[in-house]
Design a protein around this ligand. Structure first.
Ligand code: MG
Length: 378
């Protein structure tokens, strides 16, 4: 059996209502997914994180490396993709294109062997993962937090035990928002903040000090991902755990974050940082530094399922009988491709998501939705 076909689809949906964060405004969702098919008719799906048209070009570049290979040798294929892109793209979008193919190969391997990806990764350490709600984006330029109260109360009523809100509009406004959200959700729900690298070191320290009394579980991307040492300085000046890594690539990039003691939590996006093959290595590396791994997720339900299988297999360090729940990021902003692209749908029961047990990622793509939202195919 050989890999016979690699198809990419760019899926686009215009949002009914735009929203923004510290860097720019979202008016649409546009995501590149990939389907890898074998000579025996088996197929697997993958997804990349980043600008869809560039991802697609990257996948087209990688196609000749992957075609005609044995689909079970996914690690060998990964090495060849890496070796042939290393000279031009040690980080960035070509790695995301590799990631999409790598994920499709894991799904494919599971479908061929009739085993879930979690088992292929080495087994299920936990079959239920606790989702945290990513939301509280800004809805109105004149009144950015207009919908915050209602949105936060809605997450609590849905059973979420952890909520991540956006900051990065300025220290005084952020402080006001964080204070209000703690009042709305009460003391029993975890609250995290994410500035998407909006701040200088001095500003990040100032904001961290001001919001320390609100029991913040982590401060995500407080400063630019380029400043590894500054992250360490910030960590030493606040009791709030520091998180980052959604803009980082490969184990080599994460090693910079780890060896500089930049963060308490790394957040690799599996659809960008090298796929599942590399995510496993990144997690092994993080374990040697005693740093937690909570992947970043953003795109379609394919990416969420990849993270579910990966987290189910993560080793708990330190281990103990009454271990805390492992978290998965569960974006709550408008995204039809997260809701409808694959089936069966994710179910939250008693505040937890069960890890699927079907072959591969345990899902299939809804061809009608794929057709409806495809704006290009190659
Ligand atoms: Mg983030």
């Amino acid at each position: 059996m050989i890999i016979e076909k690699i198809e990419t689809y760019i899926l686009k949906d215009t949002l009914s209502k735009s929203f923004f964060f510290s860097q720019w405004e979202y008016t649409e969702r546009c995501i590149c997914v990939v389907k890898v098919t074998t000579s025996d008719g088996y197929y697997g799906w993958g997804e990349g994180y980043g600008p869809a048209s560039v991802l697609e070009a990257g996948i087209n570049f990688l196609k000749p490396i992957v075609l005609n290979k044995n689909p079970l040798e996914n690690e060998v294929i990964w090495s060849e993709m890496y070796r042939k892109t290393l000279d031009f793209a040690r980080r960035g979008i070509l790695v995301a294109s590799m990631s999409a193919i790598d994920i499709a190969l894991w799904d494919l391997k599971g479908k061929i062997l009739k085993l879930p990806v979690s088992l292929l990764l080495g087994g299920v350490q936990r079959n239920k993962i606790r989702p945290y709600a990513t939301g509280l984006y800004f809805s109105d330029r004149n009144n950015p937090s207009k919908d915050f109260d209602e949105e936060a109360a809605n997450y609590v009523s849905q059973g979420f035990k952890a909520i991540k809100m956006k900051v990065g509009l300025g220290i005084d406004l952020d402080f006001k928002h964080v204070k209000r959200m703690r009042e709305v959700i009460g003391d029993d729900i975890q609250l995290m903040v994410d500035s998407n690298h909006a701040y200088s070191l001095g500003e990040a320290i100032a904001l961290a000090k001001k919001i320390e009394p609100f029991n913040i579980s982590w401060f995500e991307e407080p400063i630019s991902p380029e400043f590894y040492e500054q992250y360490n300085e910030l960590r030493n000046k606040t009791i709030i755990p520091i998180a980052g890594g959604e803009c980082e690539y490969l184990r080599f990039g994460f090693h910079q974050l780890l060896k500089n003691k930049s963060v308490d939590i790394i957040q690799p996006d599996i659809c960008a940082s090298g796929g599942l093959t590399e995510a496993k290595r990144i997690a092994a590396l993080a374990s040697t530094y005693g740093v937690d791994v909570i992947p970043h997720t953003w795109g379609t339900s394919i990416g969420i399922h990849v993270a579910l299988h990966f987290i189910s297999n993560l080793e708990a360090i330190p281990g103990r009988m009454m271990a805390p729940d492992f978290l998965i990021e569960y974006d709550q902003t408008e995204n039809v491709l997260r809701e409808k692209l694959t089936y069966p749908s994710l179910v939250i029961k008693d505040g937890m998501i069960e890890v699927p047990t079907g072959p591969g990622l345990g899902i299939d793509v809804n061809e009608d939705i794929l057709k409806k939202y495809s704006i290009s195919r190659s």
